[in-house]
Design a protein around this ligand. Structure first.
Ligand SMILES: [Zn+2]
Length: 68
């Protein structure tokens, strides 16, 4: 499967963040993770990762390392 699938994030009380699920390419996955910081108030680069960022990072490492 390729392309980023966006899912509405229901939990929490902040603005309706979208959650990205496993982009097909490593670069796309990293870009999704990286660009998340520019729109997320819950993340501080290199210090804090919200649940969305954790999911994006996991998607990136999976794309980079391949399926386990
Ligand atoms: Zn975040």
């Amino acid at each position: 499967m390729s392309g980023v699938r966006w899912q509405p994030r229901e939990e929490g009380s902040g603005p309706g963040y979208l959650q990205a699920v496993a982009p097909g390419g490593t670069y796309a996955a990293y870009h999704a993770y990286n660009s998340h910081y520019y729109k997320c108030d819950d993340c501080e680069f290199g210090e804090v990762r919200c649940e969305t960022a954790k999911a994006l990072w996991a998607a990136y490492t999976q794309a980079r390392d391949g399926p386990t």
